[in-house]
Design a protein around this ligand. Structure first.
Ligand code: SF4
Length: 169
């Protein structure tokens, strides 16, 4: 045990400290989003993310929004675990037949008024997968869609721009 402590003290801290973001575009987008959220949504909006059949590429970019660099929570955007607490559904992937009912139920469980954003090319039009015995294709084939964020996958900044486009109207 003493040997382990000695090694820990001798090694010191090897992780890199997180540098504060210097990305002006990110900050300006965030401030614009926060302004709309403060004026129209009483300070915060809640997002429920639904993976309806994606390859998880889109999820990696969505997850990045919550990392220490983008830290989207500071602009008043929160990801929630239940559609019952959500204002916005962020849906990825072509809708697989196995997820069709789950997506419909999630949509029905989300209180009105609600918005649906189809994230990624697969969610927008079915992408590489289209419509088949296993896929319903675009999200709009299953539930009403209010906005589309294109890309394969869309970057975190593209996601923020899409969100701003929706709440800015
Ligand atoms: S849009 Fe691209 S990254 Fe997103 S689910 Fe489809 S193939 Fe994957």
């Amino acid at each position: 045990m003493l040997r382990i402590f000695n090694k820990i003290f001798a090694t010191g801290i090897v992780t890199e400290s997180v540098k504060p973001p210097k990305d002006d575009e990110l900050e300006q987008l965030g401030i614009a989003i926060k302004r709309h959220i403060d004026s129209k949504f009483a300070g915060s909006i809640a997002i429920r993310e639904v993976d309806a059949g994606s390859c998880n590429g889109c999820e990696l970019e969505i997850h990045a929004l919550n990392n220490p660099y983008y830290d989207i929570e500071r602009f008043g955007i929160h990801f929630v675990a239940s559609p019952r607490h959500a204002d916005v559904l962020l849906v990825t992937g072509p809708v697989s037949r196995h997820m069709q009912t789950a997506l419909l139920r999630t949509y029905e469980a989300t209180p009105n008024p609600k918005w649906v954003i189809a994230v990624g090319d697969c969610a927008a039009c079915g992408g590489e997968f289209g419509v088949s015995y296993a896929s319903c294709g675009a999200v709009s084939n299953v539930i009403p869609v209010d906005a589309v964020i294109a890309g394969c996958p869309p970057t975190p900044l593209a996601l923020m721009k899409g969100l701003l486009g929706l709440i800015g109207h």
